[in-house]
Design a protein around this ligand. Structure first.
Ligand code: TRP
Length: 336
């Protein structure tokens, strides 16, 4: 009877995280936070404030990390991440992650990192030519983030697929070299949200994002300015919804009404202003409860610190356990 139960309900260990380089935005919500809210109800869940990974691009601004760690933690609580269900922790306070990174780095080739499409894209976006060692190697550190907790499932955006692939390869290699102690993770890919300027993904560094702490006025102003079908000048011009950022928002925030919008836009029967007002309402349905929760946590910085300290202590003990097994598998535990 118990075997049947265990084969039917796979026990997942969920781990994911965010770089602490500023506030989170709606793209994070759609791409990952939404999935985490579901997963935390069923599974053991770890959520990491990736301050070390943030250093790969912000090593010259460590003060930004200190501020962002708390900002992102507040974003988590505001969207409904429940510290009773999810272990929220700080990456730099888990030295085992750094240890595991060093061990993995011995058998990861530089060329496999150079070919990682997300690393390439980010390097180009930032104008990096001669890559920093830590930046090129961050997927190795990310593999350590995941495997230190034996995570089986990583809810993240599509741009994280190459990193999870890399982590799976590292796990296979480690297990074959030493002993099968590490676990290959799967990714749960969330939806992609385009930025307000159309085309590229919503991202803070591109300045095309709606942050999760935006006021109703800011949300409505930002949507009013959002890019639509450039071929549509008059309300009666037939529109091309598939070329319109705002139509993409309809599909995500009010999917039940999106086919109507498509038809009416194509017929020139609805203008962009009305269309935008409808999607703004749908976005507000998501934002309003986030704003309310933020009000309750915003004035409790001490509570946030306590959540992070308790989460970090718990995460540390899990990572220490794995690191012990790793040393044992490699036979580098000299003094028992
Ligand atoms: N690379 C992720 C991002 O840019 C952040 C991250 C760090 C992460 N470590 C992770 C995501 C482990 C998932 C699992 O958003």
């Amino acid at each position: 009877m118990t075997t049947q139960m265990t084969t039917q309900t796979k026990r997942e260990i969920v781990l994911t995280g965010d770089r602490t380089t500023g506030k989170l935005h709606l793209g994070h919500y759609v791409g990952s936070l939404k999935n985490r809210l579901q997963l935390q109800r069923q599974y053991e869940t770890y959520i990491m404030l990736a301050d070390v990974q943030a250093l790969t691009t912000h090593f010259h601004r460590p003060e930004l990390l200190a501020e962002s760690v708390r900002q992102v933690a507040l974003d988590y609580l505001s969207v409904g991440i429940d510290p009773e269900r999810s272990t929220i922790f700080v990456q730099s306070m888990i030295p085992e992650i750094a240890e595991l990174t060093v061990i993995f780095s011995m058998f990861v080739s530089v060329s496999s990192l150079r070919h990682n499409p997300t690393v390439k894209h980010e390097a180009k976006e930032r104008g990096y030519e001669d890559l920093y060692y830590g930046f090129l190697g961050y997927p190795v550190s990310q593999a350590a983030d995941i495997t230190a907790f034996k995570a089986t499932l990583v809810p993240a955006g599509e741009n994280q697929i190459p990193h999870i692939e890399q982590a799976r390869k590292i796990v296979r290699r480690f297990n074959e070299l030493y002993a099968p102690v590490l676990v290959e993770p799967d990714i749960l890919v969330g939806e992609r949200l385009d930025g307000l300027d159309g085309g590229s993904k919503m991202s803070k560094s591109l300045g095309n994002a709606i942050t999760l702490d935006a006021s109703p006025e800011e949300v409505s102003m930002q949507i009013r300015k959002a890019k639509t079908d450039p071929a549509r000048i008059h309300k009666t011009d037939p529109g091309h919804p598939d070329r319109c950022t705002v139509f993409g928002y309809h599909c995500i925030f009010r999917p039940e009404g999106s086919e109507d919008i498509r038809e009416n836009c194509q017929k020139g029967a609805i203008g962009c202003a009305a269309c935008k007002a409808m999607v703004t309402d749908a976005i507000e349905d998501v934002m309003q409860p986030i704003r309310e929760r933020r009000e309750t946590y915003k004035h409790r910085p001490r509570y946030i610190d306590e959540v992070l300290m308790a989460g970090t202590a718990k995460a540390r003990s899990a990572a220490r356990q794995t690191m012990g097994e790793v040393r044992e598998a490699m036979g580098i535990h000299y003094f028992k």
